[in-house]
Design a protein around this ligand. Sequence first.
Ligand code: GLN
Ligand code: ZN
Length: 755
Amino acid sequence: MTKVFSSNLGYPRIGEQREWKKELEKYWSGKITEDELLKETKALRLQGLKKQQEKEIDLIPVGDFSLYDHVLDTSLMFGVVPTRFQNSGATSALETYFAIARGTKDAVASEMTKWFNTNYHYIVPEFDHVKPILTENKPLTFYKEAKEALGIEGKPVILGPITFLKLGKGYKDESFPKLLNTFLPLYIQVLQELKEAGVQWVQVDEPILGTNLTSSDLEQIKKAYETIAQAIPGINLIIQTYFESVDFYEDIVSLPVAGIGLDFVHGDALNALRQYGFPKDKVLAAGVIDGRNVWRQNLENKLGLLETIKQIVDKDRIIVQPSSSLLHVPVTKSSEKLLDPIIKDALSFADEKLEEVVALAKGLENGKASIVKELENSVQAIDTLNNSKYRKKTASQINPSELSADRALPFSQRISVQKEILQLPLLPTTTIGSLPQTTEVRKQRLKWRKGDITDREYEQYIEAETKKWIEIQEDIGIDVLVHGEFERTDMVEYFGEKLNGFQVTKFGWVQSYGSRCVKPPLIFGEVSFDEPMTVKESIYAQSLTDRRVKGMLTGPVTILNWSFVRDDISRYDVLNQIAVALRSEIEELEKNDIKIIQVDEPALREGLPLKRNKWNEYLDAAVYAFKLSTASVENSTQIHTHMCYSSFGDIFDAISGLDADVISIETSRSHGELISTFEDNTYDKEIGLGVYDIHSPRVPSKEEIKENINRALKTIPANQFWINPDCGLKTRQEAETIAALKLMVEAAIEVRNEQ
Ligand code: GLN
Ligand code: ZN
């Protein structure tokens, strides 16, 4: 290379104001045609490319854009269409594409799952019965588009064969080599065509290399890249890894390709580089700007890091880039008009990260003096926030080490105290927290946010809704009631708006799955309890009934995992600060006679590190934080927790270690598997497994519900079992919810009487 290049690995698809989402949803609801959708989204795509061009990124990724998910794009490019969607009567390829992602009335959607350790979800490829063919060379299409429209000499991005196949299902491990063999010729064709079109660099994403690999995986990786190298000599591939350092470093950097991309933010790439060096004939694409977080970086330190790398890799063989695609951060901080400048100055979203990358490339090329201003500005912005009041410990902040994280009595003893006080029947019934949020609820909230109705009017509306639902729950005969969470849009944002140290942004959206975006709050300062967050709603609901109303809050681990966390102190310190703040909230609830309190932890599993050897450290910290937030209550107060579906076998000890008196788990999508976990492990506390699926409007039959209950009771003793539906009633309509809950309670009573 003639100079130090700056590069990017992927740009957010959603637009500055989620225009992308709006267009997609208009198309799905039939308000615009396919042509209009394609036209509008092309404009958005070009806008993103143009910005990268204006910021003077040398290697601009093309083909990273997607109308839903890049893994699904890859599947369709190779004709990987599950049988149930073939001949489905779809009138265009795009219709089939969305059908696989979203399902149709005749065919269930393909499974969706988390993309590595991020909150982005991809559509799982189904490789059973496929005969792959190349339907369209998409990277080439996008390369040409960028060149024609903007004169950009783009860097096509393609999901690499190893990662693509490993993320899919429908084959046995031992047939991986065969599967790889059927796909390699197609990859070769795509790459060959790119080379012929004059493409200079291709980014082949292989994030799977950041997970734990076996030596037979390594063999397949070598085979794949050797085959490609032999077929297309002279093509400049960069094997791009991210989110973690790679196992088998020496083998990976010796693969027959032109460049290797490593993440210098997560994992320990620098150590490997120091220990084993780097091949003289390759380019190192160095991911030095965090693609997963929103904080501006101290560019002096980052330039220092690059200088260290330069001692091992020649300068003209270094590419400077973010650690991963910028898909995982919001588009630009410039839309945030209301932020305190101290915070705003210390932020860096996608657009700003590109500026950091370009400055660093320039600094490495021309020396520190060439970017003095950029260095100074970055250091100053960070210092200002670090020295601000936001990051000073306050006198009222409690040090976790002064608090006990253990309940006074062990579960086996405190449960009898609870049973005595709560007087619940065998197989008590409850729900997971939220109740149907009608469009009217959302309308009222919007009016209130805009100032069209007063605080009091909004509060009265929420109260009326709560009252209506307390009566409904009483009529149905549910044993432990909920207030319904009508005041919450989102289970993390709600707490983010109320705790000290958090900031909710206006446009800080990132794609979660399909058109769905989330807006993680920023944890920018010391987290502490300010004032009660859920107490008023709980007291009100409890005042309406003689039955018990459960207090309802989001747990510390979930709040951490679904926020953008300050990077100047350890994540675990932040986690403990959240836990201490929630502990105050729980104590407030208890003081107000709320005797059952549920602390939701749906994202506990999500925070698991990619590498197994780091699991224990994380799980220990997560369990400690949960206990820290819940341990101070009386023995007679019952702590519940809730988790969404995930496999539990491998984290069973941690789940049990939370020491929650009752856990409810979303079950519908995995009944058998979950129950067998409880066969293999003894769980001594109480548990509720969702007894019907709430993900569709269909009202289950009483028999079905009873069957689910009885199946669970074969493994779990009746005096430990709770009866509840799965989570997510918020998304359902009122009528279907009432009908289903009625049947659930009838089923519970019948089973109860049979015991
Ligand atoms: N209490 C929350 C609710 O029912 C739990 C949400 C969840 O499971 N993710 O909406
Ligand atoms: Zn859930």
